[in-house]
Design a protein around this ligand. Structure first.
Ligand SMILES: Nc1ncnc2c1ncn2[C@@H]1O[C@H](COP(=O)(O)OP(=O)(O)OP(=O)(O)O)[C@@H](O)[C@H]1O
Ligand SMILES: [Mg+2]
Length: 166
């Protein structure tokens, strides 16, 4: 683990899968209200893995699989419904309006978006951003940005996770 930025941005270096999963589970503990988590990062950087662990942390017991073709998967149950969006195949943002993503963002769920760079115009101002980077077979960079007033408890919790190396 490394680097602490005192504002709203924190960077972890995660050296194995289990730590990515722990970090996601810690975040899930804090998430008690609907909102959007926007994921950024290339192929294999760990976006789906992170979302699966968030889902598990919210108590979703079914398999969470990437909605590469359906674009959107919704999972009811758990402490909050989970909507998993994959924008990889999106060429223009208007396609996302057509499938009602703006309404889904304003809905009752935790909405996790892979390839968020393809949905920038629709993302709500208040959101959690997670930027993942591949740094080696098991190592990933995880930059977390907390934008607006969503899940304010994260602001005090994330530095503690950094300190204790998860
Ligand atoms: N520290 C780590 N954190 C996350 N994933 C890891 C880590 N170490 C190894 N992995 C592996 O890296 C792979 C990440 O794949 P995943 O499908 O989550 O990436 P993705 O960003 O969703 O890719 P895509 O862009 O294709 O959707 C998984 O096989 C996972 O087990
Ligand atoms: Mg994926």
């Amino acid at each position: 683990m490394s680097e602490l930025n005192p504002n709203n941005e924190w960077t972890f270096v995660v050296d194995r899968l289990e730590k990515t999963v722990s970090l996601a589970m810690e975040i899930a503990e804090v998430i008690r209200t609907p909102g959007v988590v926007a994921f950024f990062g290339g192929l294999g950087s760990g976006k789906t893995t992170f979302i699966q662990a968030l889902g598990a942390g919210l108590g979703h017991r079914c398999a969470i699989t990437s909605p590469s073709y359906t674009i959107i998967n919704r999972y009811d149950g758990g402490s909050l419904p989970l909507v998993h969006v994959d924008c990889y195949r999106i060429e223009e943002e208007k396609e996302l309006y057509e499938i009602g993503l703006d309404e889904i963002f304003a809905g009752d769920s935790l909405v996790c978006v892979e390839w968020s760079d393809r949905a920038l115009g629709l993302l709500p101002q208040s959101r959690l951003e997670i930027h993942l980077s591949y740094e080696g077979h098991r190592q990933r960079g995880v930059k977390i940005l907390l934008l607006g007033d969503i899940w304010p408890e994260l602001r005090s919790k994330i530095p503690l996770w950094l300190e204790r190396n998860l």
